[in-house]
Write a protein that binds this ligand. Structure first.
Ligand code: AHR
Length: 505
């Protein structure tokens, strides 16, 4: 059968206005994300606070709107008080999640300052592993209260007059995982999360709180975990988290690229679970989803599990430094498309992570910061994916893979930026051998013309970038698009990420 893909874009067929926070990311005190990543005072590009400006420039190029911090697994043994005040008084601590030594040279105030420089909001996580309501409320008071109380005055004494006004808070991290310090059952966690949420909202009712969902769909407690936790917390929280990482462990690219369908299924299941609890509680509000850890992650797996147990305790060891190849960038693009298709319920998401640790941005200790292959789809989605997500009504030829059936050969999402009068279609051709023509019916958008067609493609699926060379980078392609009487025909190369941009004349 001839391979095909057709979409119809209509200004009345809208999924939702996209919350820019779906282009969020994540910085954990893990490996070289903080030390040697965002912070390296002896680097030639470091500013007066020790932040690498070459990294900041790349973060700003993407336009990351929000960054989750400080973990991740790290947060479950985080003593925030150790991370503030004069640096010379801050203790070094054993960091249990990643068997590292935490020097506490960067803490809550430094990260807030870095985020400001990056133009991003902070999504702060509290420790519900080894700690609880008390520490969470004290941290909130320290960060957000104006003055005149123990912790707000402590912040001021630490030289930070203005509150950080952090609005988004995660109630712990992956509390369903046996690897988590202070791992809990769903009921234990749900009760603690709810009491913490209530206390935090007494301090500031305008906070948006994220309760932990499952660490991944392979957990034996999934999705009962979500149901139990939401039964305990529904009225007091605003988001439930989802986490997922995919890999190409079987060296089967077709199957690897079909995994965004699994992500789609995961999102649908969590939405159903939220709506079940909503119905049961006769609640009015919809629970929103925070996909606050997602990425490709597997290249560095073996290295890390082998060395993890016996590594000597050290500051900022090289951990999870996945080198992403071209096919990884395609899956990152497909995952972004999946998030956009669910932008009515997925209101926040974080590419995990941002710098050096399973990250689109890497740094050389004595050299530059550079862009991994996965940098580019993330950059394009964040830059051009602002506005309203349109329902594309995709019809496409399909194939089966080892684990998935009925996988569309092309997957895509479309965003209408009404203010700029621009439409962007993000499309991945998952077929590894054939070009496929994507036909877009644009008759609802008279006067729109092609602005550019950007494509990320490479003859070698396993090509990688490095500090020295960038073989995988996007190009503007010519002669692949034809627009006539509101019908746009765009040729998508085999195995390619495409950004097709139109603007009203
Ligand atoms: O992002 C790396 C780790 O993956 C995070 O610390 C944890 O939450 C997840 O398991």
């Amino acid at each position: 059968m001839k391979k095909f893909a057709k979409i119809t874009l209509d200004r009345d067929f809208q999924i939702s206005r996209i919350d820019p926070r779906i282009y969020g990311s994540f910085i954990e005190h893990l490996g070289r994300a903080v030390y040697g990543g965002i912070y390296q005072p002896d680097h030639p590009s470091a500013d007066e606070e020790g932040f690498r400006q070459d990294v900041l420039e790349l973060v700003k190029e993407i336009g990351v709107p929000i960054v989750r911090y400080p973990g991740g697994n790290f947060v479950s043994n985080f003593y925030w008080e150790d991370s503030v005040g004069p640096r010379e008084n801050r203790p070094r601590r054993l960091e249990l999640a990643w068997r590292s030594t935490e020097p506490n040279l960067v803490g809550v105030n430094e990260f807030a300052s870095w985020s400001k420089k990056a133009g991003a909001d902070v999504m702060m996580a509290v420790n519900l592993g080894t700690r609880g309501i008390d520490a969470a409320c004290n941290l909130l008071e320290y960060c957000n209260h104006l003055s005149g109380t123990k912790y707000s005055d402590l912040r001021i004494a630490h030289g930070v007059k203005d509150p950080h006004n952090i609005k988004t808070w995660c109630l712990g991290n992956e509390m369903d995982g046996p690897w988590q310090t202070g791992h809990k059952t769903a009921l234990e966690y749900g009760r603690l999360a709810d009491e913490t949420a209530k206390a935090m909202k007494q301090i500031d009712p305008s906070l948006e709180l994220v309760v932990c969902g499952s660490s991944n769909t392979g957990m034996s407690t999934y999705p009962q975990w979500e149901a139990t936790v939401l039964e305990e917390t529904y009225d007091d929280v605003d988001f439930i988290s989802l986490h997922t990482y995919y890999g190409n462990r079987f060296h089967n690219t077709e199957n690897f690229l079909a995994q965004s369908d699994d992500m789609d299924h995961f999102i649908r299941t969590v939405i159903s679970t939220c709506d079940f609890v909503k119905a049961k509680k006769r609640a009015k509000k919809d629970m929103m989803l925070s996909f606050d850890e997602w990425n490709v992650w597997f290249h560095a797996d073996e290295q890390d599990s082998d060395t993890m147990k016996n590594r000597p305790w050290s500051v900022a060891p090289h951990l999870l430094e996945d080198r992403y190849d071209f096919e990884d960038a395609l899956l990152v693009g497909l995952m972004l498309i999946t998030l956009l298709k669910h932008s009515d319920r997925v209101r926040m998401a974080c590419l995990a992570q941002l710098v050096n640790v399973i990250a689109p941005i890497m740094t050389e200790e004595n050299g530059p910061a550079w862009r991994q292959t996965s940098f580019y789809p993330y950059l394009h989605a964040s830059r051009f994916g602002r506005g309203v997500a349109l329902n594309t009504a995709l019809r496409a030829s399909r194939h089966d893979t080892m684990d998935y059936t009925d996988v569309t050969d092309v997957d895509c999402a479309a965003v209408w930026n009404e203010e700029e009068e621009e439409i962007t279609v993000f499309a991945v051709n998952r077929d590894l051998h054939d070009s496929i023509t994507l036909e877009s019916d644009l008759r609802s958008f008279p006067g729109y013309e092609l602005l550019e067609h950007i494509s990320l493609e490479h003859s070698d699926l396993f090509a990688v970038n490095s500090a020295e060379s960038q073989p995988v980078k996007p190009q503007k392609v010519q002669g692949r698009d034809e627009l006539s009487e509101g019908l746009l025909q765009s040729v998508l190369s085999p195995a390619s990420w495409n950004v097709i941009r139109l603007k009203k004349r």
